[in-house]
Design a protein around this ligand. Structure first.
Ligand SMILES: [Zn+2]
Length: 231
């Protein structure tokens, strides 16, 4: 008998973490390489199986259209998501709702690109991201995390919030703090250009920190345990 990585109920299947749809098969890869190899799975109940909930498609969509993601992600928008939209045109409407054209500056090169800004269903995306973090915790430590969990994505902007500049600054500060903290930690994952993770166990504060990288540049950090504010 096995139990769900998220809630501890009886498991009904094994769930891919992160969702299998993120990993392109050979036909959806620019270089023809199959990246569905040695994927991580954990036991899951019906409710916590991301694939069944349909949120995995949305999760892939947000990640693969993020400006911080690599060309492997982009190719999936053109192939796999293209097929999904052809099957179900209403998907485009729901995904593009509230979108508008904008300009973004590449902080590394200073180049300006035309892009599209989407209204993100933050709650839906965060829920998926939290389930991935819990699944990776289960996979790495062989036990379920039952305490507090906070997940922050490096690559999500909140341009319409009144304190957008502060949020942006905090996000950048957290990203560079994480770069330093995880510098020496090994990266895990058999298909690192789609997904990798690192674990850091500090002697104080949260029980552990998890850093996850999706499609190269889209990163998120998960704090397992109580967050203590300095001061
Ligand atoms: Zn469950």
């Amino acid at each position: 008998m096995t139990f769900c990585y998220s809630c501890g109920a009886l498991s009904t299947s094994r769930e891919h973490v992160p969702p299998k749809c993120l990993f392109p098969e050979a036909k959806d890869s620019l270089d023809g390489i199959d990246r569905r190899i040695n994927l991580i799975t954990v036991p899951a109940c019906t409710e916590h199986n991301l694939t069944k909930s349909g949120d995995d498609e949305y999760f892939l969509y947000v990640l693969s259209t993020s400006i911080t993601s690599n060309e492997i992600a982009l190719a999936q928008v053109q192939t796999k998501l293209g097929r999904a939209i052809a099957r179900r045109p209403a998907l485009t409407t729901s995904l593009l709702e509230g979108s508008k054209d904008c300009w973004v500056r590449d902080s590394a090169t200073g180049a300006v690109h035309e892009a599209t800004q989407f209204a993100l269903d933050g709650e839906r995306f965060s829920k998926s991201l939290e389930l991935v973090a819990k699944g990776i915790y289960f996979h790495h430590f062989g036990e379920r995390w039952e305490g507090k969990l906070h997940v922050r994505a490096d690559f999500i902007d909140f341009p319409h919030e009144p304190n957008a500049a502060d949020i942006q600054e905090a996000r950048m500060a957290l990203a560079s703090y994480a770069d330093e903290l995880f510098k020496v930690e090994p990266k895990h994952g058999s298909n690192p250009d789609v997904f990798w993770y690192q674990v850091h166990t500090p002697c104080e504060g949260p029980r552990c920190l998890l850093r996850m990288g999706f499609f190269g540049g889209s990163r998120a950090i998960a704090f397992f345990g109580e967050l203590r504010t300095r001061g």
